[in-house]
Design a binder for this molecule. Sequence first.
Ligand code: MTE
Length: 326
Amino acid sequence: MFPRHVLRDALRIPAAEVTDETVYRQRRRLLTALVGTPALALSACSRAEPPAPPKVAITPAQAKSGFRTDEELTRYQDVTSYNNFYEFGTGKNDPSRAPRTLRTSPWTVTVGGECAKPGKISLEDLLKGLKPEERIYRMRCVEGWSMVIPWLGVPLADVLKKFEPTSKAKYVAFTSLADPKQMPEVRYRSINWPYREGLRIDEAMHPLTILATGLYGKALPQQNGAPLRLVVPWKYGFKGIKSIIEINFVETMPETAWHDLQPSEYGFFSNVNPNVDHPRWSQKTERRIAGKTGNLFAERIPTRIFNGYAPQVASLYTGLDLKKWF
Ligand code: MTE
């Protein structure tokens, strides 16, 4: 997200050396100054709650029309070597080059909060009765590149329903593993660990939202978020939290890792939207990393609202000011 040299120079301080909150706050202010974001631009709505979502029903046919695309696939070697996974380094190639230190088996996920059946559950039990299916999704990164990826996954809704969320469950909060023994870069505070993400409950229950366990017909490689990560194709890529160990049903909008770091740049919704620029760059176009050469210098193509998934998801946002709730 941030230019690598900025992170490396300004933030590469072992967390152990950060002795008090003042130091941490000062560093946050330094980062804000470095990226040229006026302090006043910090989101005024970060604490407020958006209006309640409209009640919409998505028909199975509507949903299904988003499950595949005929667009050219991004090569396996590009999907698995051009990554963002800060627990394994801030460079795009760092995660694929990192030693295979993540222990993905056994893997336990803790599910709690506003639900009738909270508990700690093994990955096998979490997915019991659900068969991972292939979904070919366009993925648009907030940094301006995109990929087309054949994921293997299960609908998140099918997993969440097992825990019987109550009527108070307005949002779902996700947390990644943050173990410095398995994830070397967690020793550095490039992000306020653990990595956290969230969805509104209707977004989480939407048929396009999946928990992915694989891609290209194989288990997820470490760098892509093994053994379990979120995939939400109408939102910027950073919503796709990797190596999930905790899921919580909550009543109010949960804090997320990137919003926590830079509230003016990363909103909660993070819907792909060419009409709402990132404070430091336009979101109108993207470079598609696809095809035989995986061309990083491909012509830019227009970015579409909701990443082209408007027929499936636009109704979730009727009446919501997408500029305010970016
Ligand atoms: N999840 C964790 N735990 N840590 C991260 O650094 N990076 C996010 C997201 N999930 C990230 C994460 C960002 S910024 C992006 S763009 C996507 O993962 C990248 O997913 P990919 O590497 O599989 O393309």
